[in-house]
Design a protein around this ligand. Structure first.
Ligand SMILES: CC(C)(COP(=O)(O)OP(=O)(O)OC[C@H]1O[C@@H](n2cnc3c(N)ncnc32)[C@H](O)[C@@H]1OP(=O)(O)O)[C@@H](O)C(=O)NCCC(=O)NCCS
Ligand SMILES: [Zn+2]
Length: 252
């Protein structure tokens, strides 16, 4: 996420299209309430606003509806993680989005729009998983009838890798490590966080982005991690420098 200002992941705001729908009904702003859970402002007197809020609320808290036939099922790199997915009593799995399937791409884009709004990130960083000359891929974690998590991965050239000092969030100057895959966006819906879903998505992504090759964890880099993203990164693939500092593999 190269040009993201203020990407803390804390100041959540709703996807633009929902904000616009409330403005269109002509209600006075003073009648708006803000949902404490999804933080969307809406007018409780407007049927349209109520419907728009429910849709956004469910997306943020429970994920995007996902049809059974969408995507190609993929397995994570680690066996331990595979067995934990299979032992669950709920239908659960990780699916790769097919760039030539419009319904899958549109559903993924809806997730990405909401995620980018939440992260204050640019909306136009999707070409690598959905257009011609693809260097990356998009994956969703499906639980029941919803995509509850998503990740987009991009191929990196040798110029983009950097080390970030975890404690200070500063980039180490004059060092250009070579990483192969970049985590462009990673997201898990609010009610499913803390259940290892992001980790499983990353395990699947490094095994299924480049054809017939599993990319080692140490060659997977992060794009300006948020607070939560940094914590996930520190657990997933940080390295300890001889100075004692924890370094995160990042890219610009
Ligand atoms: C960051 C995010 C994807 C993590 O998803 P998740 O499914 O909860 O992550 P996991 O359960 O796989 O986390 C694995 C480990 O990472 C660390 N971790 C992840 N999120 C953390 C958090 N918010 N606080 C502290 N540690 C965290 C923990 O060590 C955790 O292992 P543990 O629970 O056994 O201690 C999720 O919080 C999210 O979607 N946040 C909003 C979007 C965002 O910030 N994305 C990151 C962009 S860089
Ligand atoms: Zn809400």
């Amino acid at each position: 996420m190269r040009t993201t200002p203020n990407k803390t992941g804390k100041n959540v705001r709703p996807a633009k299209k929902y904000t616009q729908s409330r403005l269109a009904v002509g209600s006075s702003p003073s009648k708006f309430v803000k949902c404490p859970k999804c933080e969307m402002p809406y007018s409780p007197n407007s049927t349209r606003d109520i419907a728009a809020h429910k849709s956004f609320h469910d997306l943020v808290l429970k994920g995007r509806k996902w049809q059974k036939k969408w995507g190609v099922a993929v397995l994570p790199a680690s066996n331990e993680i595979t067995s934990s997915i299979h032992s669950s009593h709920i239908t659960e799995g990780i699916f790769k989005v097919r760039p030539d399937n419009l319904q899958e791409v549109n559903a993924m884009m809806e997730i990405m729009t909401m995620v980018n709004n939440e992260l204050h990130a640019p909306q136009d960083e999707n070409t690598f998983w959905m257009e011609e000359d693809i260097t990356g891929a998009a994956f969703v974690y499906v639980k029941g009838d919803r995509a509850v998590g998503a990740v987009t991965m991009e191929g990196l050239d040798d110029t983009r890798g950097r080390w970030m000092i975890y404690r200070s969030q500063k980039i180490v100057p004059k060092v250009l490590p070579k990483f192969e895959l970049g985590i462009s966006r990673i997201w898990v819906c609010r009610t499913q966080r803390g259940k290892n879903i992001a980790t499983k998505l990353l395990e699947a992504a490094r095994a299924n982005t480049i054809k017939d090759r599993v990319v080692s964890k140490q060659f997977v880099a992060w794009s300006q991690p948020t607070d939560a993203g940094g914590k996930l990164a520190s657990k997933y693939n940080s390295v300890k420098h001889k100075s004692g500092e924890l370094l995160l593999p990042c890219y610009i």
